[in-house]
Design a protein around this ligand. Structure first.
Ligand code: PMP
Length: 372
């Protein structure tokens, strides 16, 4: 079986599993307790924050551990809300954890602006400039789009936000970027940045929110005051330590080069007049979205599943009919019906991706033939 849905989740690395077991079984103490064994755990949690900041490429600020990026994204946006006449700016290509929260803010009567995407899937910068004002409180933008792999230019976005909305908090959903594409957070000038462990060979149900200035963030969960009083609840120590080790064991640059090559081989082998590549060469090599004319993508997923596993865009929204990201890029409902997302990992071989591309193409063409 060849797994090509690595944007949905990845297999845990051996080192990450080993680390998780150690903190679950040998060093299981509650980091908030006062005896020396527990204090040591608390000390290692602090170390993990520093280690993650190093990997993110930033010295200042803090790391708040969460149950994953859905929570980190919610904390970033909800935690930055303030009373008053404030506005919110999102792109139309946000992950469901931001997009559905944006819809909820609208229901609550807030002014919410959605910035359209350009044809290749990035945020429309001219429209972003128009949406921003001195009343903007929160801007939340995805770094690498989870459906298309389109990469937003965060440096440019942050310059524009700082200039037009000096009081705005800028949050970036960095889930599909961290440990995959090279960047230094200190160079991006953002306030908040979300990551999720299971996207980089760590465990599920654990993630983090980087916070430049924690005094600007309000708690959305009340309790024992863990995580600087911002995110109460006993920390998932095994998950956090495992996430940190998982990230430290990734060679971002060499994986990137390898995946880029694999993606090229895959694209060469799948090319056909009836298969449209949605993702462009400027995006993340890890994610490739394709539209298969005249079929339902779900049928193809099922035909392939015993041999090759592919996804349907975002795992979180794949059970729903439409896909707001592809819609925002201008694709019709009929085209979106035939959408498949292929997402790569550096552990794959050239033979595996070429075999998969050929098999996907052949299975698709015979399905199309049957439907005639
Ligand atoms: N943002 C993006 C871009 C994602 O791809 C995902 C995972 N599908 C999330 C947020 C949510 O992450 P988690 O599964 O950790 O809640």
């Amino acid at each position: 079986m060849i797994y090509l849905d690595n944007a949905a989740t990845t297999k845990m690395s051996d080192k990450a599993v080993e680390e998780q077991l150690f903190w679950a079984c040998s060093n299981f103490y509650n980091p908030s307790a006062t005896y020396s064994q527990a204090v040591k755990v608390s000390f290692e949690l602090s170390n993990a924050r520093t280690r993650l900041k190093k990997l993110l490429g930033v010295k200042n600020g803090d790391i708040i551990f969460t149950s994953g990026a859905t929570e980190a994204n919610n904390l970033a946006i909800r935690g930055s809300e303030r009373n008053g006449d404030w506005e919110y700016v999102f792109s139309s290509g946000e992950h469901a954890s931001v997009y559905n929260l944006a819809k909820q803010l609208e229901l609550e009567g807030k002014v919410v602006k959605y910035v359209p995407l350009v044809e290749s899937g990035e945020i429309d910068i001219t429209e972003l400039e128009k949406a921003l004002s001195t009343k903007t409180r929160v801007v939340s933008i995805i770094f690498v789009n989870n459906v298309t792999g389109a990469i937003n230019n965060i440096k440019e976005i942050s310059k524009i936000v700082r200039n037009k909305s000096p009081k705005a908090i800028l949050h970036i959903d960095g889930v599909q970027a961290f440990c995959k594409i090279p960047f230094k957070l200190s160079e991006l000038d953002v306030d908040l940045f979300s990551i999720s462990a299971h996207k980089f060979h760590g465990p599920k149900g654990v993630g983090a929110l980087y916070v430049k200035n924690k005094s600007s963030l309000k708690s959305i969960v009340y309790g024992g005051g863990q995580e600087f009083g911002i995110r109460s609840g006993t920390e998932n120590v095994p998950g956090i330590m495992s996430m940190t080790v998982a990230a430290e064991n990734i060679d971002i640059k060499s994986n990137y080069e390898k995946v880029k090559l694999l993606r090229e081989k895959f694209e060469d082998a799948i090319r056909d007049d009836k298969i449209k590549l949605v993702s462009t060469q400027n995006g993340s090599p890890y994610i490739l979205s394709l539209l298969f004319e005249g079929i339902n993508g779900e049928t193809l997923v099922r035909i392939l599943e015993n041999d090759i596993i592919v996804g349907r865009g975002s795992a979180c929204s794949s059970k729903k009919a439409g896909n707001h990201v592809l819609q925002a890029m201008g694709y019709s409902a009929e085209q979106i019906k035939g959408a498949i997302r292929v997402s790569f990992d550096s552990s794959l071989t050239e033979e595996q991706v070429v075999y998969s591309a050929e098999k996907i193409k052949n299975d698709y063409l015979s399905l199309l033939e049957k439907l005639k």
